[in-house]
Design a protein around this ligand. Structure first.
Ligand SMILES: Cc1cc2nc3c(=O)[nH]c(=O)nc-3n(C[C@H](O)[C@H](O)[C@H](O)COP(=O)(O)O)c2cc1C
Length: 374
C-alpha cells in the first residue's frame, strides 16, 4: 500500500498527494492520502510492503517544522521500504513563461533522514505550483494559476507512473549546486525568519471573531485573545488563515514588521555600538567572530523586541488610530493584493471533505502486475 503523507497550507501539496494516490489507485493498488497535521507520531505505522510518499510545501528553502517533525518521528523502515519525496515550490508565470521556485535543503534533508531510517529513496521531485506566499506578493491571477496547474499535474502524474513502474526519479538532484548555496539562508529562515513572519499577522476591524482561522490552523498557532486572533510563535506562516478568512480580515502588518527592526537598528547604531566599541572592542571590530556574534545577538534582540511589541500592538489595535495606521502600512490590506487558494481537484476535494486524515478506502485491487524495483 502507498501511504502518501502530506502537509499543506493552501492546498497545493494536498492536490499533489491526491494526484499520486489517484495514479496508484488507477493501477488497482491500495493508496491513501494522510494529512500529517492530523496525526500523532504514535499513530504512524509502516507495514513491510508499504511504500511511503511525502508531499509538503517548501518554506524558507526547507520543509516547514511540522513536516520535519513528522520525518524525524517516522518509524524506521524494517524492510527497506521504498520512499519518495515531493516538495511543492513557488511557481510563477510572467508573460506566458512559467518559472520554477527554489528548493534549498528541502529534498536533501528529507532524503538523508529517510536513508538513515533505512528507507530506499526512489523519488525526489520538486513540483512548481502557484506561489502562496501572500505576505510577500499578491496572489497569482486565475489564468496563471490554471496554466501552472495544468503543467504541474502532468508532471506529478508522470512522476507517479515512474514510481509505479518501480523506476527511480531523482530530478531534485539536478538543482544540487544552487540548493547548496541556499543552505545558510534556509538556516537563517529556520532560526529567525519564521518567527519574524509569525509575528507579522494581524486581524483588521473586519474580523468578526468567527474562529475559522483558529479551527483551520494546522499547527494550532492561532487563538482568540480579547476577541481578536493572536498568532503564537508556533505559526509556520503556511498562509492558510490569511487565504481562507471569510472576511478577508487577516493581514500582514508590513509597516509594523519592518518598522520595529528598522527603529531598533537605528537605535543600536546610534547608542549601543559606540558604547560597545569601548566596553567590548572585539565585538565591534572587523573580525569574523565579532561579526558573527554581533549578528546573532542583533537577530535575537530584534526577535525579542518584535515579540514584545507584537503583544503591545495586539492590545492597541482596539484603538482606531493604531488600527488605521497598521492597515495603512499593510500592503495586503489593499484590494489589488489578491489572496491564494489552490483550485480544488476531484481528488483533493475528496481528501479534504472526508474530514479525517485519510481518503476513503480504495476499491479492491484489480490484477495488475507491478514491475519489480531495480
Ligand atoms: C512562508 C513561506 C515560505 C516559502 N518559501 C519558499 C521557498 O523557499 N522556495 C519556494 O520555491 N517556495 C516557497 N514558498 C512557496 C510555497 O512553497 C508554494 O507556494 C507551495 O506550493 C505551497 O503549498 P501549499 O499550498 O500546499 O501550502 C513559500 C511559501 C511560504 C508561505
Amino acid at each position: 500500500m502507498l501511504r502518501m503523507f502530506y502537509f499543506s497550507g493552501t492546498g497545493n501539496a494536498r492536490n499533489v498527494a491526491g494526484w499520486i494516490v489517484e495514479s496508484f489507485r488507477a493501477r488497482g493498488l491500495a493508496a491513501e492520502a494522510i494529512d500529517l497535521a492530523k496525526l500523532e507520531p504514535a499513530d504512524v505505522h509502516i507495514d513491510p510492503d508499504d511504500e511511503v510518499g511525502l508531499a509538503s510545501p517548501t518554506h524558507g528553502f526547507n520543509f516547514p517544522p511540522i513536516t520535519l517533525g513528522f520525518l524525524f518521528a517516522l518509524p524506521r523502515a524494517k524492510h527497506a521500504n521504498r520512499a519518495f519525496v515531493v516538495n511543492t515550490r513557488a511557481g510563477v508565470r510572467f508573460f506566458g513563461v512559467c518559472l520554477p521556485g527554489l528548493s534549498g535543503v528541502t529534498q536533501l534533508l528529507a532524503a538523508l533522514v529517510l536513508l538513515l531510517k533505512g528507507y530506499r529513496v526512489a523519488g525526489m521531485r520538486p513540483i512548481d505550483l502557484p506561489s502562496n506566499w501572500i505576505s510577500l506578493h499578491p496572489g497569482l491571477r486565475e489564468d496563471n494559476i490554471r496554466a501552472i496547474y495544468a503543467r504541474s499535474e502532468a508532471k506529478t502524474r508522470a512522476f507517479a507512473e515512474r514510481m509505479l513502474d518501480g523506476r527511480r526519479d531523482l530530478r531534485a538532484l539536478w538543482d544540487l549546486p544552487q540548493d547548496l548555496v541556499l543552505t545558510p539562508v534556509s538556516l537563517g529562515y529556520y532560526l529567525i525568519g519564521r518567527f519574524w513572519f509569525a509575528k507579522s499577522f494581524v486581524a483588521s476591524r473586519a474580523c468578526d471573531a468567527c474562529g475559522v482561522c483558529v479551527k483551520q490552523c494546522p499547527v494550532h498557532a492561532v487563538t482568540l485573545v480579547r476577541g481578536r486572533p493572536f498568532w503564537s510563535y508556533r505559526c509556520e506562516s503556511c498562509m492558510r488563515c490569511m487565504n481562507i478568512c471569510p472576511k478577508r480580515a487577516i493581514e500582514t502588518a508590513h509597516g509594523f514588521a519592518i518598522g520595529v527592526p528598522l527603529l531598533l537598528s537605528v537605535a543600536m547604531t546610534a547608542w549601543v555600538y559606540p558604547k560597545l566599541r569601548t566596553l567590548a572592542p572585539w565585538l565591534s571590530n572587523e573580525s569574523a567572530l565579532g561579526g558573527v556574534v554581533r549578528n546573532a545577538l542583533e537577530a535575537g534582540l530584534m526577535l525579542t523586541v518584535l515579540i514584545v511589541c507584537y503583544r503591545g500592538l495586539h492590545r492597541l489595535m482596539r484603538f482606531r488610530v493604531v488600527e488605521w495606521l497598521t492597515m495603512l502600512t499593510s500592503l495586503t490590506h489593499y484590494r489589488f493584493w489578491r489572496r491564494y487558494k489552490a483550485p480544488s481537484t476531484a481528488s483533493s476535494t475528496r481528501a479534504a471533505s472526508s474530514g479525517s486524515a485519510r481518503l476513503p478506502l480504495p476499491p479492491p485491487p484489480r490484477r495488475t502486475r507491478r514491475r519489480p524495483p531495480r
